[in-house]
Design a protein around this ligand. Sequence first.
Ligand code: FHN
Length: 495
Amino acid sequence: MVWPRFLLLTVVGFATAAPPLCLAQASGQQITIEPPLVRPATQSLAPETKEQHDARMKWWREARFGMFIHFGLYSVAGGQWNGQRTGGAGEWIMHDMKIPSGEYARLAGQFNPINFDASKWARLAASAGMKYIVITTKHHDGFCLWDSKFTDYDVMSMPFKRDIMKEIAEAARDNGLKICWYHSILDWHDPDAQEEKTFPTYEWRLRAQVNELLTNYGDIGVMWFDGDWIPQWNDERGERLYKLCRSLQPDLIVNNRVGHQRGGMGGFTKAGGFSGDYATPEQEIPANAPSAGVDWETCMTMNATWGYKRDDVAWKSTTLLVRDLIDVASKGGNFLLNVGPTGEGDIPDASVQRLQQIGKWMAFNAESIYGTAGSPFDYKLPFGRCTQKPGKIYLHVFDWPEDRTIRVPLGNKVAKAYLLAEPNPPLELEQTADGVAIKMPEQMLDTDATVIALEIDGEPQVLRPQFVSTPGGGGGSRPATTRAAATTMTTRSSK
Ligand code: FHN
């Protein structure tokens, strides 16, 4: 440890109340910190105009669909410990099976994902129509999947000795995808993260590692923080971390779990809380479109676990996943769909199949998802969902009408209606006082969802049809669509 430089860094870069001794003590290793590794963090961020904010959020809002990857030591365990199965999610096995930290850390010696092929993962995401990847750099168990100078609990100190963040960042870019980092504030491994007395030391290390992740791997799209519910975390620390992130990468987007006021799995930040750049519902889709201007992203598992769990075969159908993507887009949100690779580094076949099938649907229908805005109808359409673009309305038909007629309560003149996947011949349509009636072919083109495109003049003019009882209710206040929650968590009470 080179004191003068260390002191220098503390003053400029990661100013928290950390006593300088902590680093060496924690890992018992002599660490040399290379300036100029850290650029001084500006404690204040220039206020952003709406135009600047919209420009920063543009790629993300247009992307709509991303891959979430939970990969780490828990992938090696695969949901089992000493032959016992965990009742919770794979990535919570250390906590749920009360595995002593030292015992769990021995998994690191077995972490050797020989089949890990970042290009294969990135190609799969791209082939599914996904536009960005959010991968775990460090989950709650504290193990780091990149080359960190601030701990020896990382891949470079293990047999594997390959920087996973480096490889996946390159592969993502080679496949036209944005690379984004998931990073857990909760850390079961770091001794200083367990109580308030030592937490400032951990916070120093957290900021130093976030600095590495935002300095050593090129442009990062999103910092996806998690584990924000711990009692030691608060909005003051969150805002400081947010500013550090944006000072290192001004175009970066940071989720609301950087703060401490998230309202549970619903994922929206309570009024007055520090909300980062967007809300993060988990395993659920809001019943109605959140108020305009609120950016949000639902993250969802394909089975009932985020991290790999050998015996979890509760796979959702492709139809359900395609319709969840559409449902989210129809309410103006993004969909972050998860994969949990095995300890060998393979993405489970069931996930690969579903992503390839979603990719087939997107191959014909992506235009009705990317860069769209949510439905102009503030009520649920009986046949499915709706997204829009200037001059275009996309009807996503889930339920094929018995009388082969789709009725849309739209006052605009519709110039043309056609099946997005089979535009010719255009569909017959009739305009009435109640809107437009579109004649459908006999067979549903795609049972996951068949998309009809309407070319309209001007802004959508929404009529209030008979089938809507209460304004805006779309059948009254429906509960959010919740999919099987992954785990039973004790420490989640505050979430
Ligand atoms: O505890 C984590 C969980 O393991 C997983 O990472 C999800 C993904 O959003 N987030 C937390 C639960 O809210």
